[in-house]
Design a protein around this ligand. Sequence first.
Ligand code: ADP
Length: 475
Amino acid sequence: QRALGSLGKSRAKFISAEEKTGITFDDFAGQEYIKRELQEIVRILRNEEEFQDKGIYCPKGVLLHGPPGTGKTLLAKAIAGEAGLPFFAANGTDFVEMFVGVAASRVKDLFSSARSFAPSIIFIDEIDAIGSKRGGPDIGGGGAEREQGLLQILTEMDGFKVSTSQVLVIGATNRLDILDPALLRKGRFDKIIRVGLPSKDGRLAILKVHARNKFFRSEGEKDTLLQEIAEQTEDFTGAELQNILNEAGILTARKDLDYIGRDELLEALKRQKGTFETGQEDSTEVPEELTLRLAYREAAVAVLACYLPDPYRPFTETDIKSIRSHPNIQFVEIGGRVFKRKADYVNSIVRACAPRVIEEEMFGVDNLCWISAKATLEASRLAEFLILQTGLTALGKAYYRYQRDLLPNLPAKIEALRDEYMRYAVEKCLSILKENHDAVETITDVLLEKGEIKADEIWSIYKSSPKSPQPTVSP
Ligand code: ADP
């Protein structure tokens, strides 16, 4: 019997090894299609021979990409758990050190450990730390070192023959765009799966998973409360949702209550959003200028939502009572079949630029603050989604063609196209805000006076305000 316990002594401690992860696909909620794809891989892993007879082989590498906290590590562990295979994990940043030769030898160590327990699974989190584009700017230093490590990964992955591919390598990254193209070639990470932010239903399912070991007054109350939280957590990751429930549990214990109630959940939600209520005893006074910036931000986002309405996400209201890096405007998600055209994706990029564009316009480019910092990130994320996931841009089904060598130099092309969309979006957003300058000012005034404004009033201000025509902006 081989025992993983001995690994700790002989191997460097940067590898974490688990004989059984104990995690299953039941632990991952939402995004059912991801589970279906991965379940297929598990089936092949389990009955490798049977599938090989039919000429079906397991992919050598699976790349999970998406924002941090969306469950990539969890999925990798679930694959190992479901297939009943040992799990070897390392982080891309562990490989990169200033000492020459360390990266390559650590990669070798990782693969040889996994091979000695094969069939097994290797998980490399933050693979971009070692697998970023060669020849790019060497920001953190250690470029040559990283390159050696990357080459070693490629060598190791090419090393095991397909017919005996007993080690499945799973990589995770939130920077697909900077990965070296060589990693994505066929026979390496040739299965690329996006793990995105959960939808409202997905959020509810995730909350339910993490509420399994928590106490509520009744099942009915639990469902109602979780539903309410799911509605108020757009853009939250699974990790953040889990935090809300944990925090609520802690608050409940602190108050010596037996069950988690609405107050505890809402308090936990507020903490997770990083907001503070003005007027609360322990909060510092909010500077007037910050309130003004918030009001402009919400007004700009609201005007954009009127000019380029999203039929699947109408807005209901906004306020300036909490200070967050995300806009406070509330959207409702409408269920059912979503029929999105390319223009809808592009419009969402334009809308996402609003906080940043208005702040720059009103306060100057050197005078930006954190309340619009996420906007640029969000907009470029949406642009990247359009390019990589929809197949609706000039690049078409980019990755598919790239893997078959039909589309050389993809990362540079993605970058160029994304920059183009971003340039257009910022320009368009600015033009809309200038055209509706009066509406922005009026909504800002209402927010400063009352602290909040509902959709009806926003629409009537938007419609009745005079417009200042602008030159056309086209893509
Ligand atoms: P990543 O690797 O993408 O950064 P993790 O897998 O480390 O994210 O997620 C952290 C934790 O958040 C997980 O261990 C899990 O408890 C929770 N979590 C994230 N996404 C989900 C999900 N879709 N379903 C259930 N739990 C989730």
